[in-house]
Design a protein around this ligand. Structure first.
Ligand SMILES: [Cu+2]
Length: 412
């Protein structure tokens, strides 16, 4: 009887051991999967001077702490094996060893002091304020707004007219760009891992973050401070373009509004847009039927205080916190994998009819909060005086959606 119980318990022990091993293997597998070569948000693959600074520092620190870690693990292993309970007497109890204690205080202090030298140096280097472009960044629930200020220059290109865009930050490559980051609602955190570390976006405060990309391409990131219901759907990208391409991008973004041709689906879409969308969304230079400029009146309905500027929606590749693609998976892969010298031309094509992924935008217009949660309980809207956060369900008809999509397709 006693014997069989012992057998059962050892077998359970074996199973537990095996399960632990499987768990460990899965854990290690996951960690290694994170290091995969094509991971787009890999801090170990810096693509600009600021990220490289951080990467260099963390590698140095990894060696120092790695050696300390090895020594500690070896000591623990030694103690576990050497002093394993084999029924021996309790060892002699000692009370304090001043020499050892002083040594164990001074040694870590010295290690920390050594580590502080490159760390503090890196902090100062990353904080350099010289730059060739300043872009204002505003965190919103749940997307990022970028403002290129009228009259400023960016990488030598003059910004003749204010550019407001969302989700996709467009910067000139090889250029020191300074982001001035704030938030309109709650605390967010801006992070493009391959270009720099994180910076909190705090209402009422301006935090700066430098961006520099070595070559043209697309670098993705995401909000890293929990900011409410759709925090997980608050993503962003930085697109770096060569100087000439960046100039082309700016020229296009600042171009005058082109109204749809009369009697087209898009023209009906413009009227629908004025009626349904312009109370929140701005399309630059858009006029109401009576000829007065359409200006957003965000505080009327939107708790978040603003909505993305849609003047050039189709120059972006994704929308709504850069979560849903505007282009098909095939076109996206082509763009993402384009060699740096071909990337700019491909990106500047914007959303072409062949690449347009209509399904996403259609689903969005049918019922945005169903695609991206905006408020906890839509049935309790009365308690907020009808105010919603984010984009509400506007109960549009399929015809209205057709018109709006036709109109949106021309915003490029
Ligand atoms: Cu956020």
């Amino acid at each position: 009887m006693e014997q069989s119980e012992a057998m059962v318990s050892t077998r359970e022990g074996q199973f537990a051991g095996r399960r632990r091993l499987v768990g460990l293997a899965a854990g290690v597998g996951l960690v290694l999967a994170g290091c995969a070569k094509n991971a787009p948000q890999d801090t170990f693959q810096p693509a600009g001077s600021n990220a490289r600074e951080i990467d260099g520092l963390q590698r140095e620190l990894f060696y120092v702490s790695g050696i300390v870690g090895l020594i500690v693990f070896a000591a623990i292993l030694y103690a576990i094996i050497k002093f394993k309970d084999r029924g021996q007497d309790i060892p002699e109890q000692s009370h304090g060893n001043p020499k050892l204690e002083i040594l164990l205080t001074i040694l870590p202090a010295i290690i920390l002091a050594v580590v502080a030298v490159p760390s503090v140096a890196a902090v100062f280097k990353l904080d350099k304020k010289d730059n060739d472009c300043v872009i204002n960044v505003t965190g919103q629930q749940w997307w990022w707004e970028y403002d290129y200020v009228q009259g400023s220059t960016c990488g030598g290109v003059e910004i003749t007219k204010s550019i407001v865009t969302s989700g996709e930050l467009v910067i000139p490559a090889h250029t020191d760009v300074l982001l001035r980051i704030t938030s309109r609602d709650v605390i967010h955190s801006y992070w493009i891992p391959r270009l720099n570390g994180k910076r909190d976006a705090v209402p009422g405060r301006l935090h700066t973050l430098r961006m520099q990309a070595d070559q043209a391409g697309i670098y993705t990131g995401q909000c890293t401070e929990f900011c409410g219901l759709s925090h997980a759907r608050m993503r962003q990208a930085a697109v770096a373009l060569e100087a000439a391409d960046f100039q082309t991008w700016v020229t296009n973004q600042t171009a005058d509004y082109v109204a749809p041709e009369a009697d087209t689906l898009a023209a009906t879409g413009e009227a629908t847009f004025v009626a349904q969308c312009s109370r929140c969304h701005q399309v630059n230079d858009l006029l109401s039927p009576d000829g007065t400029p359409v200006l957003a009146e965000p505080d009327l309905y939107v708790v978040s205080g603003a909505a993305p500027n849609l003047s050039k929606l189709m120059t972006r590749t994704a929308f709504a916190g850069w979560t849903f693609d505007l282009i098909s998976a095939e076109c996206r892969d082509k763009l993402w994998n384009a060699p740096p010298d071909e990337f700019g031309a491909l990106y500047l094509q914007g959303v072409t009819p062949e690449c347009f992924d209509e399904a996403n935008l259609r689903t969005w217009l049918r019922n945005a909060p169903a695609m991206k949660p905006m408020y906890a309980d839509p049935t309790k809207l009365a308690s907020t005086g009808g105010k919603t956060r984010g984009m509400p369900n506007l109960n549009l008809t399929e015809d209205q959606i057709d018109e709006l999509i036709a109109y949106m397709l021309e915003r490029k």
